[in-house]
Design a protein around this ligand. Structure first.
Ligand code: HEC
Ligand code: HEC
Ligand code: HEC
Ligand code: HEC
Length: 252
């Protein structure tokens, strides 16, 4: 019975999930989040065709049955690093001192960020799913070749803060008036900033269509002039912002 409900739910979700016209959905074999054996991007993917599920796409993150409550029909356990993730912290950061922001709770990271880090922590098996293990060319994110500007292992100490509440109460407790509430739908259902504030884990349109405009990977917001996509997203919340050369490897 539980299985039937699960299948119906995923089918329903699939029907709601209509990619935008200019996009590279995760079903595209060139999308880096397509981890199936049929992927053609030459990056991380399944390698053993005899394994059930190796040729599926959504399975690496979602399952129609036996899902956890962590995320939408989520097929992965919590990150192995849970409990030892560092916080982004700087002298000027205000949210760390505002209780309503709920930064640094026992469940940190939470929401969609926790889902991302079940691969991007660099230690959790990418092919380790709730109900099976699929053999990958890179067992963890640490096995991926890095360059000076690319490293898929995310260090939260050097990443824009995530998993905190941003609402009017938090804003009222902040000084300096540098931050405001976004008009775009950039927070989760609990008003929290997450990895998904900046990234859309399904749509890789940025690289597929707008690469020359310098739109970051899996970017959530594409501006009318794609070259403005980065700035426009930051300006949704920041009156002014420093423009770090790299979001995940520098201290801001
Ligand atoms: C690399 C991981 C990954 C893969 C692969 C993936 N998803 Fe997701 N999906 C996510 C995450 C993370 C969320 C939660 C997003 C959030 O909470 O904002 C999500 C959410 C969803 C949702 C809920 C609505 C939404 O968009 O937030 C649907 C529907 C969905 N995914 C469908 C699919 C389908 C269909 C596939 C296969 C074609 C797929 N996903 C492949 C990571 C993935
Ligand atoms: C099932 C594992 C998995 C999950 C869950 C996952 N990713 Fe990934 N992600 C990958 C892999 C694998 C790559 C490609 C690594 C490589 O270069 O080989 C990748 C690449 C990326 C890239 C770089 C893409 C590029 O073209 O350079 C971004 C950005 C990214 N992920 C963001 C996210 C975010 C944000 C989430 C959560 C919303 C997430 N990922 C969840 C596995 C995952
Ligand atoms: C404030 C916006 C923002 C947030 C929040 C954010 N990212 Fe990113 N991310 C970027 C930008 C911009 C890039 C482009 C390259 C760079 O600066 O590292 C990027 C690049 C990446 C990459 C490609 C690796 C690389 O070295 O370029 C991955 C993987 C990634 N992000 C995952 C995540 C995950 C996982 C989270 C949540 C823990 C997250 N991002 C939160 C803005 C963000
Ligand atoms: C949804 C709202 C939102 C978006 C979008 C957003 N930020 Fe932030 N950002 C915040 C909040 C809130 C803080 C915490 C500020 C504080 O505590 O002083 C923060 C913190 C920061 C900090 C650290 C400030 C410090 O004092 O250490 C930097 C730098 C930053 N953001 C830059 C960016 C950039 C660049 C982008 C676009 C890629 C971006 N932000 C997108 C809301 C957002």
């Amino acid at each position: 019975m539980i299985r039937r409900v699960g299948v119906a739910l995923l089918t329903g979700l699939l029907m709601l999930w209509v990619p935008l016209a200019q996009s590279r959905p995760v079903s595209d074999p060139d999308n880096p989040h397509n981890l199936s054996i049929g992927a053609t991007h030459g990056r991380t993917q399944a390698t053993d065709n005899t394994q059930f599920g190796a040729n599926e796409i959504c399975i690496f993150c979602h399952t129609p049955h036996s899902a956890t409550a962590l995320g939408p029909l989520w097929n992965r356990a919590a990150p192995d690093m849970m409990g030892s993730f560092p916080l982004y912290n700087s002298a000027s950061l205000q949210i760390k001192n505002i209780a309503a922001a709920q930064y640094n709770t026992t469940d940190y990271p939470n929401g969609a960020s926790k889902l991302c880090l079940s691969c991007h922590d660099g230690v959790t098996g990418i092919g380790t799913l709730l109900d099976r293990t699929i053999t990958m060319n890179h067992e963890t994110m640490s096995d991926v070749d890095t360059t000076a500007t690319f490293d898929p292992v995310i260090d939260l100490a050097q990443t824009h803060p995530v998993s905190f509440v941003l609402n009017q109460t938090v804003l009222d407790a902040m000084t300096g008036g540098k931050v405001h509430l976004p008009t775009l739908d950039l927070r989760d259902s609990q008003d929290r900033v997450q990895c998904t504030t900046c990234h859309n884990p399904h749509d890789d349109s940025a690289e597929a269509v707008y690469n020359t405009a310098g739109v970051p990977p899996f970017w959530r917001h594409i501006a009318a002039d794609p070259a403005d996509s980065y700035d426009e997203l930051c300006l949704e919340c920041h009156g002014i912002f420093r423009s770090p050369s790299d979001h995940h490897t520098d201290d801001f």
